[in-house]
Design a binder for this molecule. Sequence first.
Ligand code: NAD
Length: 370
Amino acid sequence: MANRKIFLLPGDGIGPAIMAEVEKLINWMNENLSTGFETDSGLVGGSAYDAHGVAISDEDMEKAVASDAVLFGAVGGPKWDDVAYEARPEAGLLRLRKDMELFANLRPAICYPALANSSSLRKEVVDGLDILIVRELTGGVYFGEPKEIIDLGNGQQRAIDTQVYDTYEIERISGVAFEMARTRSNRVTSMEKRNVMKPGVLWNQVVTKYHKENYPDVELDHMLADAGGMQLVRWPKQFDVIVTDNLFGDMLSDVAAMLTGSLGMLPSASLGAPDPITKKRKALYEPVHGSAPDIAGQGIANPIAMIASFAMCMRYSFEMTEEADNLEKAIANVLDTGKRTGDIMSEGCTQITTEEMGAAIIAEMAALSA
Ligand code: NAD
């Protein structure tokens, strides 16, 4: 079996500590399940700036592009607040997204039964929740031109952003959503603002046509993005896969994320187009949270979002469905035993460290894989 090449970019703050737990898991899987993962690691963010004066070196960028998948920790921290804009820690992540052409951002919102009480919504609204938001990541109003603030010469200024989408961008992101739906409950809800925005009109037309021609087996419905936001907090379990643009996806995925409790629990994936020959997509997997400088170095960070990002990596980059299912089940089982890191601690549970959480998940993986 060809080796599975994973490039690790731990980053800053709690990044290295949570990545260390994934490395232990990878080593355990290689030794016990012959998974053939081959890892290499590099620097990104502030740590890359300290070493090379840039947020990611060309050499590490090449390794990222050449790998089957990138696992990314988190970047940033007060130490680098005054660094030049082009070299700021986040520039490393933006370059990875751009050079790897990662246009599809996948954000699952899963509510583990053991944590259903930690949501700000009623338990019955979120218990067992499992939805996936597919957000377009490289187009729309964040990148459209013109993008400027102009002086009107009469004491007034005018700020302009441009919401722009071409047919191919809408087709390829909806294609990802339909494919994901086929591996889940086979339903997609497309969200836009066709009532007030031209890109919303085109989005709706293109998704409808693309669905009819390519994915008629998948159930599709449409919802205005504002109504979608409302429905996400009213009854989120009505959704399976939601596909939406960059701006609405940014907001709706944060809303969906918070349905489930802590930031320390949330994984994500960013995918590119399939290679015409190998059919493999470029991919980067990362927790949703940042580098948490307030708790860095204390051994108390929650590694679950990072470990669940690795589960997504096995599912989407390596088609290791059984292993990914087992890893997600291992996380749920550990939570069921009442073990918690500080961020998800609640009464009657046992507080454990980053390393203890990593070890507990590996032990559970071992039990499930036996
Ligand atoms: P953050 O996500 O780092 O932290 C927000 C709060 O959540 C903090 O109190 C933190 O302790 C807690 N938290 C986050 N992850 C946790 C975990 N795994 N376990 C336990 N607690 C956790 O967001 P922030 O404080 O706004 O930003 C801190 C730094 O991270 C900034 O420099 C920011 O620019 C950067 N950031 C990076 C990314 C990224 O790398 N993708 C994303 C967001 C923020």
